[in-house]
Design a protein. Structure first.
Length: 410
């Protein structure tokens, strides 16, 4: 009997001792508890890859356009090209990091990656990776040639443009197709993100125009020119349809949620990029088309460019007004803030092209003003993104959104 009592006593004493130790540990000052400063919002640093979506490539687009727009800006001053080259190098490095990180995401978290593709909101941003590739490729030709030489720059640009074009055409078809057969969209579902899958062909048209003079003369160059014109049409007509849906949604329903307001700026992307593409294709036309048609492209670039540019400025004013109004009550930071950068950058390049074609000082001044807006927006968004990434906050699961009902199987 005594050994049994002694055993029970020792067990009770051990239990009490463990309770005391746990209490003391819980009451230890926070300064004595070891913690991570880097990625502290994540349970484990390896979770940085778990929820990495294609929307992260918007950071490459936004950084690259800052460099590309500076390369042709009407106002050039000492140090600008050097600074732009540094920004291009940062965009190129960021692209490499994102490609590796996304590959790890697909290898380790394939189920999450597939869910991104099936999600009616996140899937729209599959247009970002191809545009990131082509943005860095164009920067390599415009700026990187000063560092690595023209031959190497052309080789890099051809590879990135070809890969981006193939992926962009796939996104322009696959994402709308999945929306048609998989999701039942509510009347107020349209948002700026719907443009992301259909804009890449327009980027292909604009960035491809830079490569047309470097294509072999004859049929290869003509084929390249016609392909860029066809992709111009693919993106332009699809974008006009979607912009109409977005405008109708704004007119007939409540104001968009605060976290989706930055996507209103995406509308500027196809508008500004179409003006840019039209101008660059007109510049390349004499090397690919007979004289009458080459001159016609120049006329089209000016007439289409001015008309589209005017609507882009109207939309810029509307998007700015809605953003300021929303910011008064709270505009939470998320990766959609990169919508403040690339679309504005396309307006800079489009305005720059029109200024060069017309010689209008007013357009040159607007191009410089828009570039200043772009740089400020990029600096703010880049700092906020870096801060959120270092904390790990931006690598947490995205906030839940209302998912449209799936269509009944037929």
């Amino acid at each position: 009997m005594y050994p049994l009592v002694s055993c029970c006593y020792r067990k009770s004493l051990t239990g009490v001792r463990m309770m005391v130790m746990n209490t003391l540990t819980a009451q230890r000052p926070s300064s004595e508890v070891p913690s991570r400063r880097l990625l502290r919002d994540l349970e484990h640093p390896s979770h940085v890859f778990r929820h990495l979506g294609p929307n992260w490539f918007a950071s490459v687009m936004g950084t690259g356009i800052v460099a590309n727009a500076a390369a042709t800006l009407p106002l050039q001053f000492p140090g600008l090209r050097t600074a732009a080259t540094v920004v291009w190098a940062c965009a190129a490095l960021l692209l490499v990091v994102m490609v590796i990180a996304w590959a790890v995401h697909w290898a380790r978290h394939r189920d999450n990656a597939r869910r991104h593709g099936a999600d009616p909101v996140m899937s729209q941003f599959y247009g970002a990776p191809p545009m990131a590739l082509m943005t860095v490729g164009a920067g390599t030709l415009l700026l990187g040639k000063d560092v690595i030489g023209l031959s190497a720059a052309l080789a890099v640009d051809w590879v990135l443009w070809s890969a981006g074009t193939l992926l962009g055409l796939l996104a322009a078809f696959a994402i709308p197709y999945r929306m048609i057969i998989r999701h039942r969209m509510a009347p107020d579902s349209a948002f700026g993100g719907w443009l992301m899958p259909v804009v890449p062909p327009m980027v292909s048209a604009a960035m491809g125009a830079l490569l047309i003079p470097h294509a072999p003369a004859g049929q290869p160059r003509l084929t390249m020119f016609l392909a860029c014109c066809a992709m111009f049409g693919i993106s332009l007509i699809a974008a006009l349809i979607i912009i109409t849906l977005i405008y109708s949604r704004l007119m007939h329903h409540d104001a968009p949620a605060a976290r989706t307001v930055p996507t209103l700026w995406i509308v500027l992307g196809p508008l500004g990029q179409s003006v840019t593409a039209a101008g660059l294709l007109a510049n390349a036309a004499p090397s690919a088309l007979p004289a009458p048609y080459a001159q016609g492209m120049a006329v089209f670039a000016l007439v289409f460019g001015i008309v589209t540019w005017g609507f882009a400025m109207l939309w810029l004013a509307l998007a700015l007004a809605v953003t300021v109004r929303t910011a008064r009550t709270g505009l939470p930071f998320n990766l959609t803030w990169w919508g403040f950068t690339f679309p504005v950058g396309t307006c800079v390049t489009g305005t720059t092209g029109l200024a060069a074609r017309t010689g209008a000082d007013a357009l040159s001044a607007v191009a410089v003003a828009l570039y200043l807006l772009l740089v400020v927006a990029w600096a703010v968004v880049a700092v906020r993104t870096a801060r959120g990434a270092l904390r790990g906050q931006l690598f947490l699961p995205p906030a839940p959104v209302a998912v449209p009902e799936p269509r009944a199987a037929s």
